[in-house]
Design a binder for this molecule. Structure first.
Ligand SMILES: Cc1cc2nc3c(=O)[nH]c(=O)nc-3n(C[C@H](O)[C@H](O)[C@H](O)COP(=O)(O)O)c2cc1C
Length: 209
């Protein structure tokens, strides 16, 4: 039998809803710590799904800057497809799959744009080559000559600190639901879904696989 759902981590099973922590934050932090301990590759590589104002969906991988019950933070170009989707329809869904542990996380919610200062800080945290590439690339515009972009990026990388482009921002998805999914060899996979009410309180229930 394929063991892709077995993990190999000795992760404790997800608690039943009746024993689950009242707040998903602690469980999420425990999962992140376990991913770190288990050496999960690209633990913060996530799929971000958006939809246009007409309801046309699209998804792509992003490397998250933060993943927590209070927010999922990423940076991107407001002019990109996802940026335009989020401007028109500021809701999204983020999924993370950790193959090494047979775990999936799903966080849905509204998305807000971070302030200029917070976006600056996020941009400054990126490696120099990533900053240079972001400045010279008009994300999603049709490519002409890659060599031209490369030459511009190299020129920038050797110079002054690279400032955040005007159309690049940090974004924060504020989860209104968080689902923990744990693969089980008997295929009766475990699922726990937390939902946040308007008053900020979380409720939790199990789901059939
Ligand atoms: C591992 C990985 C990490 C990525 N991280 C980012 C990121 O942080 N920001 C970003 O704009 N694109 C990132 N990308 C590129 C996106 O997947 C995508 O190609 C790009 O943002 C354009 O998406 P859009 O046309 O849907 O807006 C990453 C791709 C991969 C595979």
């Amino acid at each position: 039998m394929s063991d892709f759902l077995l993990g190999g981590s000795g992760m404790p099973p997800l608690p039943d809803a009746s024993d689950a922590p009242a707040d998903p934050g602690a469980l999420l932090d425990a999962w992140l710590a376990e991913a770190d301990r288990a050496g999960v590759r690209e633990a913060l590589a996530a799929t971000l799904a958006t939809a246009s104002v007409d309801g046309v969906p699209s998804s792509r991988t992003l490397r998250l800057a933060a993943l927590g019950a209070d927010g999922v933070v990423f940076g991107t170009s407001a002019a990109s497809r996802k940026g335009r989707d989020l401007a028109a329809n500021p809701r999204a869904s983020v999924t993370v799959y950790w193959r090494e542990l047979a775990l999936q996380l799903r966080l849905d919610g509204e998305v807000e744009v971070l302030s200029a200062d917070a976006s600056d800080a996020l941009f400054a945290d990126r490696p120099p080559a990533a900053r240079a590439a972001t400045v010279v690339s008009e994300q999603d515009a049709q490519l002409g000559d890659l060599g031209v972009l490369r030459a511009r990026a190299e020129a920038l990388a050797g110079g002054d600190p690279i400032a955040r482009p005007d159309d690049w921002f940090g974004y924060r998805l504020v989860p209104s639901s968080i689902e923990f999914w744990q693969g089980s060899p008997d295929r009766l996979h475990r699922r726990l879904r937390y939902e946040r009410a308007a008053d900020g309180m979380w409720s939790v229930h199990g789901l059939q696989p």
